[in-house]
Design a protein around this ligand. Structure first.
Ligand SMILES: Cc1cc2nc3c(=O)[nH]c(=O)nc-3n(C[C@H](O)[C@H](O)[C@H](O)COP(=O)(O)OP(=O)(O)OC[C@H]3O[C@@H](n4cnc5c(N)ncnc54)[C@H](O)[C@@H]3O)c2cc1C
Length: 483
């Protein structure tokens, strides 16, 4: 089941079928693309937004939609890597985003359950690093409090930081309520582009633009900027249980795979189980999440469960910038590290300011040339080794098992008539064959038994059992003729 609580009925948009010349083209119809199109149309730009599938059905539909400045043990890392003034700026970006969201909700009368409430960052482990985080937040001047108990959630904790005036909302109701003057095209995947000439191609048409903004979540290209070496993807899982208990806050555990909790109407949303997309978990992460939910909320029934993956950078800051001097009119907005609500909104303003050659106080947080990889050598090396290993396996590894031994509903990578193939056997015994290598950078794929998909362990591209692309950065399918 991948059934998000945020799913709503939306109107459909046409597919692009004729060539266009436009001022701006935004590629990607998630929160980043939507808010960028909104900001640019407000500033008088005209253009189009191209979405590969249907708008707002990517990661944005599967978020938990906290708008919060507390984000795990982050500020002490930012302080160590870049200094206190940058950590302070990161906090300010979130404060400004909450203010801007509230303003937009009021200005356009958007009914999206936007609510201000405190956020709590808690630990169930030793409180040492939480106390350090608290000290850093104090130095930044954030008005946080340190507590030893949670009032409204029955979790036994060893410490908690409280920050007032954070926010939550229904992300899709908000975005659908926002006026956007750009023409939106759905089912219009960008399959090829020439950045120098500023031309994009879908399967049916060509778009020439003065400015291009890539808001496709993971960048579609390797050069310039070598994004695949600086970024990876991480998965997360969510449940919504039917329960009317008011938690009166947003709850964030301090570990990278820890819990998050919030209310939405008569439900409590529980997130967690995060892991790098290079890992395939033997036991479905929903099982552990369900165990936690049962313990905390007396076996309340699960009404929704959903999962998705987000782009991670080595220093946990985003990339929102123009590509470089060679491509001054091509922009990118990505790398939200599971905290995309504030970054997408403030990032849309950064992109618009760059386009208009204006200064933006948050630009330095998001600049591509900030040496994030060099300043985080262990993480960068780990990611590089993972990619190299998966390339090595792809070209040198030889599967030894026979695919015909697969049971129904199983899959994997096998040698089929001398070629490596991804193979899946469905519930009726029928076999499906796909290319075993990702069409992005040729890493060997893994089979995910929980979702019946093929996953790239290097950058998280996702394919269905017929080889169709479900998630970027891959653009091309990996289908082969059925045997
Ligand atoms: C489980 C989970 C919980 C989260 N919770 C929070 C939270 O509480 N608060 C918070 O701030 N952040 C949160 N985040 C992060 C946030 O949800 C994401 O960072 C954000 O939604 C990403 O938005 P996006 O627009 O970049 O990506 P998407 O929403 O995925 O949009 C990208 C779009 O680009 C399209 N596309 C891709 N390739 C092409 C192509 N070739 N041509 C045309 N279109 C293309 C895709 O189809 C997609 O629609 C969470 C993330 C996860 C995984």
């Amino acid at each position: 089941m991948n059934n998000s609580i945020w799913k709503i009925q939306k109107k459909g948009y046409d597919q692009l079928t004729k060539n266009l010349k436009v001022q701006v083209v935004v590629v990607g119809g998630g929160i980043a693309g939507f808010l960028t199109a909104h900001e640019l149309s407000n500033r008088g730009f005209e253009g189009v937004l191209l979405e590969a599938n249907q708008i707002l059905e990517g990661v944005t539909e599967k978020t938990t939609a906290f708008i919060a400045g507390l984000q795990g043990i982050l500020y002490q890392k930012l302080n160590k890597t870049y200094g206190l003034s940058l950590a302070k700026k990161y906090f300010k970006l979130h404060e400004n985003a909450i203010y801007e969201y509230e303003k937009l909700v009021q200005e356009h009368n958007i009914i999206c359950e936007f609510t201000k409430l405190p956020a709590y960052l808690f630990t169930r482990k030793s409180s040492k690093s939480l106390i350090k985080e608290f000290d850093t937040l104090k130095k930044i001047g954030t008005g946080v409090n340190y507590l030893t108990k949670l009032q409204n959630v029955p979790i036994k904790i060893n410490g908690v930081i409280k920050l007032e005036n954070q926010a939550m909302f229904h992300p899709l109701k908000f975005l659908m309520g926002l006026p956007i003057n750009f023409t939106i095209y759905e089912h219009s995947q960008v399959v090829h582009f020439n950045l120098k000439q500023k031309v994009l191609y879908t399967n049916l048409a060509k778009v020439e633009a003065e400015h291009i903004v890539f808001a496709t979540h993971f960048p579609l290209f390797t050069c310039p900027n070598l994004f695949p070496f600086k970024m990876y993807q991480s998965k997360s899982y969510c449940l919504a249980v039917s329960n009317t208990q008011n938690l009166e806050g947003l709850y964030i555990e301090d570990t990278s795979d820890g819990l998050t909790l919030r209310n939405y109407k008569h439900h409590i949303i529980i997130g967690g189980g995060d892991h790098n997309t290079c890992e395939i978990k033997k036991v479905s992460p929903y099982k552990n999440l369900k165990k936690e939910a049962d313990k905390l909320f007396n076996k309340s029934p699960v009404h929704y469960e959903w999962e998705t993956q987000d782009c991670m950078t080595m220093d946990e800051l985003p990339y929102i910038d123009r590509l470089n001097k060679t491509y001054p009119n091509v922009f990118i907005i990505t790398g939200f590290n599971k905290w995309g609500m504030a970054k997408a909104l403030m990032g849309s303003k950064i992109i618009a300011d760059l386009m208009q050659n204006k200064q933006n106080e948050f630009y330095e947080l998001c600049a591509i040339n900030r040496k994030a990889a060099i300043k985080n050598p262990v993480k960068t090396l780990g990611h590089a080794l993972n990619s190299v290993w998966n390339l090595f396996v792809s070209f040198c590894g030889v599967p030894i098992e026979n695919y015909k031994n697969l049971k129904n509903n199983e899959g994997g990578i096998f040698l089929v008539k001398g070629k490596k193939r991804g193979v899946y056997r469905d519930e009726t015994g029928k076999f499906y064959f796909v290319n075993a290598r990702c069409s992005h950078l040729k890493c060997e794929l893994n089979f995910d038994p929980h979702n019946k998909t093929f996953v790239c362990p290097c950058h998280g591209s996702l394919y269905d059992i017929e080889g169709n692309v479900l998630r970027e950065p891959a653009i091309k399918p990996i289908s082969v003729n059925k045997n």
